[in-house]
Design a protein around this ligand. Sequence first.
Ligand code: SF4
Length: 496
Amino acid sequence: MIEEELDKPRCHCAVFGVFGHPSAAQMAYYGLLAQQHRGQEGSGMVTAEFDQDAGKFRFHTHKAFGLVDDVYKAEGVLTDLLRGDRGIGHNRYSTAGASNNKANVQPFTVLYKSGNIAIAHNGNLTNFRAIRKKLQDEGTIFQTTSDTEVILHLIARSKQKEQIDQIRDALSQIRGAFSLVILTEKSLIAARDHSGFRPLALGKKGNAFVVASETVGFDIIDAEYIRDVQPGEIVVIDEKSQKTGEVTSLRIDDRPPAPHHCIFEFIYFSRPDSQIFGHSVDKVRRRLGKNLANSRPVVPKDPNSKVVVINVPDSSNTATMGYVQQTIKNGGNAKLEIGLIRSHYVGRTFIQPSQDVRENKVKTKFNTVKGVLRDKVVVIVDDSIVRGTTSKQLVQLVRQAGAKEVHFRVTAPPIMFPCHYGMDFPTQSELIANQCGGDIQKIGEELGVDSVGYLSIDDMLASAPHEGGENYCTACFSGKYPVPIDANQTKEENEA
Ligand code: SF4
């Protein structure tokens, strides 16, 4: 699935880390493969191997543009090149401007006074411009345009003696969203910002430890999920951990955790078979659908009509089931049908910014099952509307298939604001909800539907787990940003 063409937000990345497995590169490969949805522009991996002759660790790196399958397919890449029992990997998505710069593909590696170090990052830093300028003024030369590189420079320039203190020193200076895996010569380190915007899970496979953005990265290699890396926590995994089965847990600094998990991970981004923030994505998506059915039921113009509810495959599948189940429970008229078929074989094409092209492309990805939709009142359930281009085209397709009424229901509130914490939306002026000034009726007119209904922010929050004191970021819906954005930092710079 190419989110750009499907008018969905895109996440900036997936990370994976492994320590203490003889086939570390293969483990990381599968972990990245399972997390392909989090980044499709490029992938990279760094492993560490102890060179007996030289008496020191050597880092091996492989990274390229393309999907995981393509990046590591050359014979010997995973077995002969990426040697060692520990490594980190990264799937990347980037904006078009930076996507042609191979240097921006992570992990980034540097050899400095404390040895080799590699880093992979999911999220966006909100103060990187100021740090970068300060470092540049002091003579630091940057190899990439990525915000992640400032972290490496801060570590390398730290005055602390111990490497872990250098890392803590660096992480205490950065703000915004970061779920990190760091490979040093002696350890695998996982760290998460104080808000815990992006997910980061810790797992085990035998004596080996693994870290992944989503637990689907563990399932594929039969690793066991242990727990999340907590907001503001640094987890250190080393050879002692392998012997004792225990990791070392440290705080980045004295600031207490202030959780603001990205609620969009539940709504759209994470896979439904993942556990994120300690909870099942599938369960939350069903609740989003149920709460939508309670708050935004469809009232057909003709009460005797047959109402079919269809999902927009694949991301709204689970929420649609919740919607139908609850509608029926409420005594409503609804039948779950598969009315839209998505082609899984449409090849990857490069982003073409023209609106016309984008609209036409929807037809290459979706087709309707005419017999299911003809003469029916059709309710389309989707997880989000960004520009509205795909939604509009889908509505047209459903009407062309003979539906007599088309209603649209969305398991999220209207997206009105940009994200500065690692999810990419188009510019604010391109968001349909923003264009319509948040006027739902106007959005419905734009989409060409008989009615449209969004989940409210309160109902969205009520669908997410809170029993462990969880708290969520809702900034793209509410405009309330839990971590301030550097005044001089534009969204584009944040994503470069
Ligand atoms: S602004 Fe939206 S997409 Fe970004 S972290 Fe917050 S909830 Fe997630």
